[in-house]
Write a protein that binds this ligand. Structure first.
Ligand code: SAH
Length: 190
């Protein structure tokens, strides 16, 4: 199945622009599933940066990558994604193919540590500067948790305001999913 969840759609879109040697960023490492996907997609010659503010998330990501990634082609960063620019090597700036944000809280962990629009929006803005032409920033937003609806509203409004001649923006949602909506925004740099 393709539409089992919205992250699958995000990965399908990202796969179109990732190839051996690509540089990618997982802006919210969480349990490391997206970082694992990115590491295997960019190959031995590529590189993946994965950010999280929680030690627990980085430990889970490190364990997953050590056990399951095909290559040791990643850097784990214990810092907020709003500071991503200061951790990306100068030669990778402007050459990043994909930045993935999977927002919300770490499943099975402290629900009070959650992404927030005030840091998410600056991080998304920075990601757009770091992208190569043709690169994609994909943002999955969960409206169920505390502050989630506001975060979605602000991201949508930021995305809708992007210059059409500089970025193409897709909004997607599985509209018959029970429970709270999950939105996907994909921004492609022209
Ligand atoms: N909601 C998703 C998982 C999200 S995990 C799901 O259900 O699958 C989101 C991760 O973002 C968490 O591990 C959290 O620690 C991290 N996070 C929160 N604020 C952050 C920030 N400013 N920078 C980087 N990571 C952040």
């Amino acid at each position: 199945m393709i539409l089992t969840n919205i992250l699958n759609l995000a990965k399908m879109i990202c796969s179109e622009v990732l190839s051996e040697g690509s540089i990618a960023v997982d802006a919210t490492a969480g349990n490391g599933y997206d970082a694992l996907y990115l590491c295997n997609a960019v190959g031995a010659g590529g590189h993946v940066y994965a950010f999280d503010v929680q030690e627990q998330a980085l430990a889970a990501t490190a364990e997953r990558l050590e056990n399951e990634a095909e290559f040791a082609n990643y850097t784990l960063v214990h810092d907020g994604h709003q500071n991503m620019s200061s951790h990306i090597r100068p030669e990778h700036k402007g050459h990043i193919s994909v930045v993935m944000f999977n927002l919300g809280f770490l499943p099975g962990s402290d629900k009070s540590i959650v992404t927030r629009a005030e840091t998410t929006i600056p991080a998304v803005k920075t990601s757009l500067e770091l992208l190569a032409c043709g690169g994609i920033t994909a943002v999955a937003v969960y409206t169920g948790q505390d502050g989630g609806k506001e975060e979605e509203k602000e991201i949508r409004s930021f995305c809708a305001g992007l210059d059409y001649h500089k970025f193409k923006v897709l909004e997607a949602e599985i509209i018959n999913k029970p429970g709270f909506p999950i939105k996907l925004f994909c921004m492609e740099k022209v």
